[in-house]
Design a binder for this molecule. Structure first.
Ligand code: PMT
Length: 401
């Protein structure tokens, strides 16, 4: 990396702390300077000496160290980097970050920093799934803290599930992406649909669904972060506009289709919106009243299929990706949907009640293309978006050679 970037790496107390040694090596190889803060419990797993040797820098451990305070000061330490990374981030440190507790050097630095923060959670599956942790993750994500992982797999405690820290190479890639090193999709133009559509019954009532737009917005954010010129056509949501993305707000499926068709020369289309399949044919222009003569005579009409229309257009984008929201036979139905709609890939997700896919922060997806099915672990929606973006970038890279 040309102009040297600096990371403040906070190593907390988890068996995954050994992976932070490898992370420092990967970052060093990419020209990213690392300065480490080691927590007391982190020091039970790795030594300050190993971190110092790999980072070629002093390792900071104590809040009340006279030498450290006179040399640098914890406030300055917290702001001396371009990015603060917590890896591994334990359930404990995440809870403290959420609550604003500052009872050691690491948590004080996290509270005092004015720099972006990225965390790589690592903990036992039950701790990860605990409502308290999930609530902390939600609040931290809302505050703009970037989450990398965790992954699913076997754990040091002999259990299996979500909670393994993401692999160091992957975290290093995410850090590089954050610094804009890759810009893997620079020069590409992407269109993403997101959120629900509202189909008017009358001026005050509508048919809608539970989509929050979180998944679609995350995809738009990730594509823009990878350098693609990104247009987000969004149904009504409560979400802020993703940075660096051109947003076109629409309400109905008809409006969404028109906004999509207005965009030309697209390389990538991702249809993550939950478009209503039906609209009211005889929507009233005035508020409908209960008139004591029975139920209103509402007639349904089919909405245009945006994904199918864009996939079958003459000058179609070279890569069109749909999402399939299913409540049963998720993969089988998505395979059929990919064929029926004519898109290149389809990302299947289970939206049965209880999965929390609609409106929640996590998603378990299966990516289906002409070659087969890739089953991804349950991931934060931002992580789904990041991995999908990497897959898209790989696709274009392979097409170039
Ligand atoms: O918004 P969130 O709360 O984060 O939830 C995310 C999500 C579950 C909405 C998202 O991950 C998802 O699955 N989006 C697609 C939802 C959907 O409408 O699926 P479907 O199986 O009904 O449609 C298949 C595909 O056709 C989708 O790409 C959809 O955008 C598209 N479609 C459907 C109907 C229609 N009239 N026009 C379309 O373009």
């Amino acid at each position: 990396m040309s102009d040297s970037k600096r990371v403040l790496l906070i190593v907390a107390g988890s068996i995954a702390a050994y992976k932070s040694l490898e992370l420092i090596r990967f970052l060093g190889a990419r020209g990213i300077a690392v300065r480490c803060v080691l927590t007391k419990s982190g020091a039970e797993f790795v030594t300050p000496l190993s971190l110092a040797a790999l980072s070629n820098d002093k390792v900071y451990t104590h809040l009340f160290s006279l030498t450290d305070e006179s040399e640098m000061g914890h406030i300055q330490l917290s702001r001396s980097a371009d990015l603060v990374v917590v890896a591994p981030a334990t359930a404990d440190i995440l809870a403290k970050m959420r609550a604003g507790i500052a009872d050691d050097l690491a948590t004080t630095a996290l509270l005092a920093t004015d720099k972006p923060v990225m965390v790589a959670p690592a903990m036992n599956v039950r701790m990860w799934e605990h409502k308290a942790t999930q609530d902390n993750i939600r609040v931290l994500t809302e505050r703009g803290i970037m989450m990398i992982g965790p992954d699913e797999g076997p754990m040091a405690c002999n259990e299996f599930g979500m909670g393994r820290m993401a692999e160091p190479a992957y975290i290093a890639e995410a850090i590089e992406d954050f610094f804009g090193a890759h810009q893997r999709l620079k020069g590409k133009r992407a269109l993403v649909t997101s959120g629900p559509t509202y189909e008017a019954i009358d001026p005050v009532r509508y048919i809608a669904n539970h989509s929050s737009g979180k998944q679609g917005h995350a995809v738009a954010r990730a594509l823009a972060a990878a350098g693609a010129e990104t247009i987000l056509v969004s149904g009504p949501t409560q979400l802020p506009n993703p940075a660096g993305v051109t947003v076109r707000n629409v309400k109905s499926a008809d409006e969404m289709l028109a906004a999509c068709q207005a965009e030309q020369s697209l390389d990538i289309v991702v249809c993550a919106a939950a478009v209503a399949d039906w609209k009211i044919k005889n929507a009233s222009t005035q508020k409908m009243k209960k008139n004591g003569k029975g139920l209103p005579d509402l007639e349904l009409a089919e909405n245009p299929d945006i994904l199918a229309t864009l996939s079958r257009a003459n000058k179609r984008a070279p890569l069109i990706i749909g999402f399939a929201a299913e409540t049963e036979k998720v993969v089988e139905q998505a395979i059929e949907k990919r064929k029926a709609k004519g898109c290149d890939w389809i990302v299947a997700n289970d939206v049965s009640p209880g999965t929390g896919t609609f409106g929640g922060d996590a998603n378990t997806v299966h990516v289906i293309d002409g070659a087969g099915v890739e089953n991804w672990p349950r991931l934060d929606k931002d992580e789904v978006a990041r991995r999908l973006t990497l897959r898209i970038a790989d696709h274009f890279k392979k097409a170039e050679v």
